[in-house]
Design a protein around this ligand. Structure first.
Ligand code: NDP
Length: 244
């Protein structure tokens, strides 16, 4: 990763922060995007301590103007982009008939629409010299669950779009890969507002040792560190004890 520049969305916690740590430890310069600026600043300080070049950018990825401004900041401070990790996401599970329309819209905006806008902004820089787009989907992009209709929809959309983009960019030097984690120990599940679903979710994975965020970061690093001739299109990784 020496000399490469990585842009990571949702870098303020969980999988995004772990990916930033790993890529920076491997020598990449990293641009960290998320809304919680204080978290990004703390992570930037930590990474700078071991010599990494880091740019922390407070940005709501659902705001196309903020993402465009982030693109300009990365260009002026880091000069290039070799890797985009579309990781920012929210999972707000509930039964469809609970009618939590605001939460459906947030999931669609963050998990899918923002991925399109972010990729649109950084793709010209990736095409200039080649690089990788890594999209963090989920096992929920393959397997559907009750109380997960909209989240499943957003992750299936990411998977379909990602595979079409891979085909469109094949031969341009830009690889597009999809990573589909099973359940990972992060903050993601703490944001549900539907209490009964919190209990159902906890019960579904009772006794399952969660993946660590660093396990997913390892998958990102493996995907992007292949020689240019080899593209890992998709990685599905579950906790060993996870069935669905
Ligand atoms: P976290 O909740 O720990 O991290 C989510 C990240 O997304 C945070 O950094 C958050 O930052 C960011 N984010 C959310 N909304 C926005 C926004 N509007 N603008 C910018 N950033 C935003 O969860 P994970 O690390 O688990 O999730 C990362 C990805 O992994 C998601 O796409 C998720 O769907 C996927 N995933 C997670 C699994 C799990 O079990 N944990 C399983 C499969 C996939 P901030 O709040 O500071 O903006």
């Amino acid at each position: 990763m020496q000399g490469r520049v990585a842009v990571i969305t949702g870098a303020s916690s969980g999988i995004g922060a772990a990916t930033a740590r790993l890529l920076a430890a491997e020598g990449a310069a990293v641009a960290l995007l998320a809304r919680r600026a204080e978290r990004l600043e703390a992570l930037a300080l930590e990474l700078e301590e071991y010599g990494a070049k880091v740019v922390a950018i407070q940005a709501d990825v659902t705001d196309p103007a903020a993402v465009a401004a982030a693109g300009e900041q990365v260009a002026s401070e880091l000069g290039r982009v070799d890797l985009l990790v579309n990781n920012a996401g929210v999972m707000l599970l509930s039964p469809f008939e609970a009618d939590l329309v605001d939460e459906w819209e947030r999931m669609i905006d963050v998990n899918f629409t923002a991925v399109l806008h972010t990729t649109r902004v950084f793709l010209p820089a990736l095409r200039d010299g080649g690089g990788d787009v890594v999209n963090i989907s989920s096992v929920a992009g393959r397997v559907v669950f009750e109380r997960s209709a909209v989240y499943n929809g957003t992750k299936h959309a990411v998977g379909a779009w990602s595979e079409a983009l891979r085909k469109e960019l094949a031969g341009t030097g830009v690889r597009v890969g999809l990573i589909e984690p099973g359940v990972v120990a992060t903050e993601l599940t703490t944001h549900f507002s539907h209490d009964e679903t919190k209990a159902v979710y906890a019960e579904r994975y009772d006794g399952v040792e969660r993946l660590e965020a660093s396990d997913v970061a390892d998958a990102v690093l493996f995907m992007v560190s292949r020689p240019p001739r080899a593209a890992i299109n998709e990685i599905l990784l579950r906790p060993s004890a996870q069935k669905p």
